[in-house]
Design a protein around this ligand. Sequence first.
Ligand code: MN3
Length: 246
Amino acid sequence: MSTDRRQFLGLTGAGLVGASLSCTSPASAAAFAAASDPAAKVVSQGPGKHSLPDLPYAKDALEPYYDTKTVELHHGVHHLGYVNGLNAAEKQMAEMGAKEDFAGTKIAAKAMAFHGAGHLLHSIFWTNMAPKGGGKPEGDLAKAIDRDFGSYKAFLGLFTAASNSAEGSGWGILGHDRVHDVLRVLQAEKHENFAVWGVTPILVCDVWEHAYYLKYQNRRAEWTKVFMDHLVNWEDVSRRLASSRS
Ligand code: MN3
């Protein structure tokens, strides 16, 4: 891809946050792609119509590495909370607009960013894992990792270190920077604050304690190692890179 085309794509591509706040996912099998792929063309159903996407596998399918109880709570309680919070914030924004009473805008906008980012990142997170996951990436993703980090080992060290040291509603993130067509390892501390505008997350590891505490307690490094060794779905990550580049 030429530099000009990269810059063109970067400047015209849909921004991550814009996509997360404006797209609305119907309750269907396509909901994950709609909610988590900024390149997906999603027709808005109106404010407050987001729904929790079904898991792309059985809730016990990631055993023994990701336990059934944590998946149940993480998906059915925590992720659902983001969906409900996003819907509430969108409805509040719409109501304020209709009444032309904008006193609650700061609170609603903050809630929309927090819950919208949570919904988007969790939707990516679930599809980033698969039964019999792990191993190493292949194809264009492997080439991009070698080009941008030097080696898979170097990437693994950076991604794991970013995940292990994140604070708060934290995430380790591998993202594709559409402006420069380069992969970046990022760390989210407050997940509504995206570190680099225009970066599309393609691999995300949830390191807020609800994601792993039942099974791994305070051993976060064990959780992130298991995530990379046994859960990561490289086919999904590759698809996301290709989607971001196209
Ligand atoms: Mn979580």
